[in-house]
Design a protein around this ligand. Sequence first.
Ligand code: NAP
Length: 248
Amino acid sequence: MKLLEGKIALITGASRGIGHGIALKFAEQGANIAFTYLASVEKGEALVKELEAFGIKAKGYRSDASDFKAAEELVNSVVADFGTLDILINNAGITRDTLLMRMTEQQWDEVININLKSVFNLTKAAQKPMLKQRKGAIVNLSSIIGIKGNGGQSNYAASKAGIIGFTKSIALELGSRNIRSNAIAPGFIETEMTDALDPKIVEGWRATIPMKRGGTIEDVANTALFLASDMSAFVNGQVINVCGGMLT
Ligand code: NAP
């Protein structure tokens, strides 16, 4: 029996990177997948076919996670298309890194709205079908930067720390309804983005990690699978660091 057989999962920002990896992992484990994208239209459309190859139902929605009304409409469409919603993965996120001295109001607002407000938007909308069926799993992508902070990333760190406070509060609010809320705090994960960096810089990062390697998308997707599945039925309000021991 597959771990997510027949479940309905909504994943934000699945056109690339970690969200893409989570969508493939969940489809492999039998979940029907609703996912969003925004700028990467071609990649978003291509993902439907990749997911359908696992024999599940898949649909992509072009939707801005930072837009409150759009998030509500998205969840209504997913429920209309798939029947209900069992799993919400709040993955969409961006960086606008710079020192506070140079940070513009726009750079602050974009990161807070896309990384943090989106989690409020989607969770608020998703709680309705989850409360109705008295069951649900919410997984939010935070970051170890949200726990320890990082120079040049104050906007990002604030958004990811905010996600942790939100995750724990929702766990307390909705736990009695059998709706679990947990967060993943990835460390340095090697993606297409890091492939483009100077290999010496990447080697330097790897050296600071006790396991002497960067994380993979699969490392994060496997943790998301655990938190979304009944394997973690009594895990609620927790943050799991996926960082090779970089932060203990
Ligand atoms: P990524 O490769 O840049 O992908 C980001 C995804 O978010 C894309 O699919 C993008 O879609 C989507 N997105 C961006 N803005 C959106 C919006 N307003 N509405 C809907 N979707 C939007 O990022 P990643 O590295 O996979 O990171 C995924 C999550 O993990 C993020 O929350 C990130 O902060 C967190 N994280 C990553 C790392 C790491 O090392 N990679 C470490 C810690 C935490 P479009 O391209 O279609 O716009």
